[in-house]
Structure formats: C-alpha cells, structure tokens
Design a protein around this ligand. Structure first.
Ligand SMILES: Cc1cc2nc3c(=O)[nH]c(=O)nc-3n(C[C@H](O)[C@H](O)[C@H](O)COP(=O)(O)OP(=O)(O)OC[C@H]3O[C@@H](n4cnc5c(N)ncnc54)[C@H](O)[C@@H]3O)c2cc1C
Length: 603
C-alpha cells in the first residue's frame, strides 16, 4: 500500500497559486477565512483521511456492501465516517452559519473532498449525497422540511440520497413514472428507483430520499416532474419516527466502488409511503438541474482523485521494481550490470508522465470549475457573477467527462506500469481500475454530457460562454508569451483555438439547417477534441504560474515543484495536445457513417 496517495503540495500550489484562492476569499461571504485557516483545514482533512478513510479502502472492496433480509449490509466504517465527518463539519461546510454550516468556499470543500477521495473513494459519497439532498431542501424546501430534516443531516445522524433513475428512465428522465397522489398535506408515493447510491445502510437514524415523481395528472415529459422528500422513516404524531413504506429490494453487485452501496428501492408497496413536495409542483427537474453543476463537478473530482491515487501508487512501484538494464551506447544490454529500476526505462517514464498530466490537469480543471461556482454566486458585481456562471456552464460537461474518461485510460496505464502485478490483487492498481470505470457512466453518461456540450452549451446565448472561455484562454496565451521559454507553447495553443473555430464553422451550419442528427452525431468526438484543448489551456496556465514563481524568486514553493510543473506542461504539449489535430480531421470529415440507418452494418 502506498503511504502517499496524494501530493498535497501540488494540490495547494494549484489551489492557492494557479487558481488564486485569495480571489475567492476576498468575497464578503468568506470574510472569516484566509489562506492560513484553509491550510489548517486541509491538513486536518488529510490527517482525518489517513486515519478514517485510507486504512479501510481495500477492506471495503473485499467486504462488498450486500443485501440481507431487507436491508443493505455495509462496512462498519460507513457509520463512523458519517459521524466523525459530521462532527468535523464536512457535511455542512458549504451552508450558512445560521443553519449550522461553516460557510466555506466551494473550492475549498472541493479540495477537502478530493483529499478524502484519493484516500478511499468508497466513503465520501455517503457524505456527498447527504450534503446534496440537504442542499435541495435548504434551497427549495419550506421551513417545516428544513426544520425537520436539515439539522440531523448536517450532523451525519441521518443520510440522504438522490432518487432519479428508474428501470425505464436512465439517461432520459422524461420517462419517469413514479407516482405522487395528493393526500392532505403530503403525497402518497409509489414506484421503483434503481441504482440509488447510499440508498440504505445500518447505523443511520434515517435516510432522507429526494425523489423525482409525477403528480397525478401532471403534463407528460420533463415538465411534469416534481421533487419530494421521502424519508425511510417519517415523523409520527408523538414526535418519534415510524416506518414510511420505503423498501429495499436489493443491492447491485458492481465491478468497483463495492463499499459504496447501490440500491434498488421500492416506494409504497403497502400504499403507505408519504412524500412531501419540495418547492412548487412540476419544477422538480429544474431544481435538480440547479444542483447539477455541483454534482457533475463532484463526479469529475472523484475521477480526478482516483487518477491521482493510482498515479502515486504506480510511481512508488516504479521507483522500487528492478527489471532489465539500461541500453548501452552500442544499443545492447550489458548483463554484467545490475538491473535498473523500471522508472529508468523511457516507456515507463512516458506512462508515468501521462498519468501525471491527466491527474494534475484534471485536478486543476475541477478546482477551476469550483472557483467559478463560488464567484458565480458570491461576487459583489452582478456582471461578474453572470460571466462566471456562463464559464461554469460551458466547463461543467467537460469537468464531468475529461477526468472520468482520460482518468480511466490513465489508471489503465498505471496498471501497465506494474506489469503482471498490476493485474493481481496483491497490488492496489486493479482496484483503482475497477473503481474509476463508473465515472463516465453515472450523473449523465459521456454521450449525454457531449450532447450537452455541443448541442446546448456551445450555442447557448449566441455563443457567449464560448466567447468568454476563448477570452480566458487568450489571456493565458498572452501572459505565457511574456516568458521566452513558454512562447512556443503559447503559439501552439493559439493554433488549437483557431482549429476549434474551424471545427465549429464546419459543424454549426448543420444545426442552422435543422439537421441536428448530423450536427450531434459526433458530439462525443467533439468532447474529446475540445476537452483536449481545454486541458492544454490549463497546462499552459500551470506552466505560466510556475515560471512566474521561479523568476520572481520570492516564492513559498520549492524550485523542484515548479520545474516539475513546467516539464509536465511540456509533456502535455508534446504527447497529448497534438491528438486534437487528428480528432479535428474526424470531425470535419464529410463522410457520414454512423447515421447510415439504411445500411445494414451490424449483421
Ligand atoms: C453505481 C451506480 C450508481 C448510481 N447512482 C445513482 C443515484 O444515486 N441516483 C440515481 O438516480 N441514479 C444513479 N445511477 C444511475 C445512473 O445515473 C444511470 O445509470 C445513467 O444515467 C445511465 O442511465 P442507464 O443506466 O439507464 O443507461 P442508458 O440511458 O440506457 O444508456 C445506455 C447507453 O446509451 C447511451 N444513450 C442513451 N440515450 C442517449 C441519447 N439520447 N443519445 C446518445 N446516446 C444515448 C448512453 O450514453 C449509454 O452509452 C447510478 C448508476 C450506477 C451504475
């Protein structure tokens, strides 16, 4: 087991320097925080992760959550984690002081959760979902719902879930059929939800499900979906709790994240399940989507964390494993020499660098999106708030997708670094490989995120988010051009930005002609193309900030760390960024193959 599952110095460099945390801390809402207090908090979270998360990581994989006699049996650390996490303030960290929260910036909470996820990605979801469910009640629920549920959720006594998916309604939520029938002050709920993370576990005093359902007579499609609080146990007249006819039918046995239960729930089998409407009828999906940016950043963050942990594990193996010899000047091996460590083989170094640029680049992307999230809600100037919201809108599908998709490839490379041991249970890489595979699937698949990016976010507001993003990228290009060492990289990124414009000039006319099938048929290829360029931007930014620190001479960061970032930037520009050219060729190829519905290609 690696002792160092995270590189905390890099996290802090990206948070404090690359993304200028102070800019967020300057907002009135965060007046009580400064970099020193954030530093203390992150160190405490690392300590907490060392003690309460990392030691249970492999055990939770081996002792998978499972169904037994109507309930889900999870590892006992789930309860401990909820309790201790609640005591530390991790569940309420984002909330206002007056409801028991810590009023912390989103970007700081993101960094804290990331640390935990590098230690053990099976646990933080229990807190994340409780926080997400409580957030929905806080933002849209009435006083009674707030008083009844939120305080107990913030302390971790009660858990929370998000119940959207049904057997026939996964990517397409318009097909939800769970029913809500008015019944006095509440509604009778009936229906089934599948794949519900954290849907049932022992030790929680209650589990508060946030359920999407259709009120009888509501319009078809997404316009007729409402949001309900449906607790496992409901308040009784005498102030206690009684069962609410929420039944656990099973736990899905998965290839990874085995300690994070995924349940099948049935509501109202005995016609006695009560739910309370959140906000107004028929606005449920809108409410959910208002919270979706945060949830999608959360998925990108989890994938980025696993990518980092896997990179650290393969790096420590590569530094210890002797195998083969360095080539001599004749191009032959000299077997009289001692074996060399595998990290000395260029191909192993290449795999490690690849992991590094995906891991650290993804972390940078996730923290940037969280910063935009903060500024879009707390900046004093409304125009700035709108700008950051639009930037967040266009980045969100990429934040969900790049770390998930490229993280999976990166962890696979990590496994490859270990050779045969990568495939064996003796080492941890195979667990990371299995754990990360869900990330491109849940919270909207890569296909759905790609439709969102090309079909909605690019054309949004006459292209305003794209224009704002291009301006940010140009700022970085211009800033990097001031350092002679970075000029070639700045120029290279400039040509990629032009390439993105060419690709869009080719694709957008299909939408203008109403040929949406053709416009969106390669949306996922576009996602890969555009994500690759966005990462080029973030790496140039990282290189620029590192170079700036190096030349300033007055820096809290080691020269080793700063030079390491510049080298990694160069690696990204040599090995990764050029891939966008090939993807552009695919995107602008006039041949249409996947829409050929009249051609029988699959036998
Ligand atoms: C471990 C796990 C945990 C989960 N946790 C939760 C949870 O807590 N709460 C919850 O509500 N749900 C949860 N889910 C459900 C998850 O969000 C869905 O599985 C996901 O949205 C995909 O839906 P689906 O499985 O029905 O796949 P489908 O929608 O059937 O998709 C199958 C394939 O078709 C593609 N596809 C579908 N529609 C389109 C389209 N219009 N255009 C192009 N391609 C398309 C998809 O991209 C995918 O590749 C979880 C799932 C898993 C596996």
């Amino acid at each position: 087991m690696p002792k160092q599952y995270i590189d905390l110095a890099t996290l802090k460099f990206i948070l404090y320097k690359v993304h200028d945390l102070q800019n967020v801390l300057d907002q009135d809402r965060y007046a009580d925080y400064d970099q020193a207090s954030v530093d203390l908090f992150l160190n405490a979270v690392k300590d907490f992760s060392d003690k309460e998360l990392f030691p249970f990581f492999r055990e939770m994989d081996a002792q998978a959550a499972h169904y037994k006699e109507g309930e889900i049996i999870v590892h006992s650390q789930v309860r401990e984690y909820m309790k201790k996490g609640g005591e530390m303030g991790l569940i309420g960290a984002l909330f206002d002081y007056d409801i028991g929260g810590l009023q912390m910036p989103n970007v700081v909470v993101t960094a804290a959760t990331y640390i935990q996820e590098t230690a053990n990605n099976h646990l933080p979801g229990y807190i994340g979902l409780t926080l997400g469910a409580a957030e929905l009640i806080v933002h849209f629920g009435n006083a009674s719902l707030n008083d009844t549920y939120v305080p107990k959720m913030i302390t971790g006594d009660w858990g929370g879930t998000m119940c959207l998916t049904e057997p026939q309604a996964g990517s397409s939520l318009s097909d939800i059929v769970t029913a809500a029938v008015p019944n006095g002050e509440s509604y009778k709920i009936s229906g089934q939800k599948i794949f519900i993370s954290g849907g049932d576990y022992q030790g929680a005093g209650n589990i508060v499900h946030l359920v999407l359902a259709r009120i009888k007579g509501a319009p078809a499609g997404t316009k007729g979906i409402s949001l309900f609080v449906v607790p496992k146990k409901r308040p009784s007249a005498n102030g206690g709790l009684i069962p609410n006819d929420v039944n656990t039918l099973g736990d899905f046995q998965k290839m990874g994240q085995k300690g994070y239960c995924t349940t099948h729930l049935s509501f109202g089998d005995q016609n006695d399940c009560q739910g309370w409407l959140v906000g107004e009828p028929n606005k449920g999906l809108k409410y959910m989507f208002l919270m979706m940016n945060g949830a999608r950043i959360g998925v990108g963050r989890g994938a980025a964390a696993i990518t980092m942990a896997a990179y650290r594990a393969s790096l420590s193996y590569a530094k210890e494993r002797p195998q083969g010899r360095n080539l001599t000047t004749t191009g032959k091996k000299d077997v009289s020499q001692e074996q060399t460590l595998i990290i000395n083989h260029p191909d192993v170094k290449r795999m490690l660098f690849f992991q590094k640029v995906v891991a650290e680049g993804s972390l940078s992307l996730v923290l940037l999106a969280s910063k935009y999230h903060d500024l879009s809600t707390t900046h004093a100037n409304p125009k700035e708030r709108e700008k950051y919201l639009l930037l967040l809108e266009i980045l969100t599908p990429i934040v969900k997708t790049y770390p998930s998709e490229m993280g999976s490839v990166s962890v696979s490379n990590g496994l490859q670094v270990l050779g045969g041991y990568g495939y064996c249970n003796d080492f941890i890489l195979q667990q990371y490989f299995r754990d990360i595979r869900i990330f491109p699937i849940y919270e909207g698949t890569t296909g759905i995120q790609s439709l969102d990016l090309l079909g909605r976010k690019i054309p949004m507001d006459n292209g305003k988010p794209l224009q704002l993003l291009s301006e940010e990228i140009m700022k970085t290009i211009n800033g990097a051009s001031e350092f002679s060492e970075l000029v070639p990289y700045a120029e290279k990124l400039g040509t990629k930005l032009e390439l993105a414009q060419q690709v869009l000039q080719f694709l957008l006319p299909f939408a203008q002609k109403g040929d949406y099938q053709r416009f969106l048929s390669d949306a996922t290829v576009f996602m890969e193309f555009f994500g690759n360029i966005v990462m080029g931007w973030l790496w140039l930014d990282m290189g620029k900030k590192a170079q700036n620190e190096l030349v300033s001479g007055d820096t809290q960061y080691s020269a080793e760390l700063l030079k390491d970032k510049i080298h990694a930037m160069k690696f990204y520009f040599k090995y990764e960024l050029p891939k966008s050219t090939a993807l552009a060729e695919v995107l602008m190829n006039k041949e249409v193959l996947t829409l050929a519905s009249d051609t029988k290609v699959f036998g």
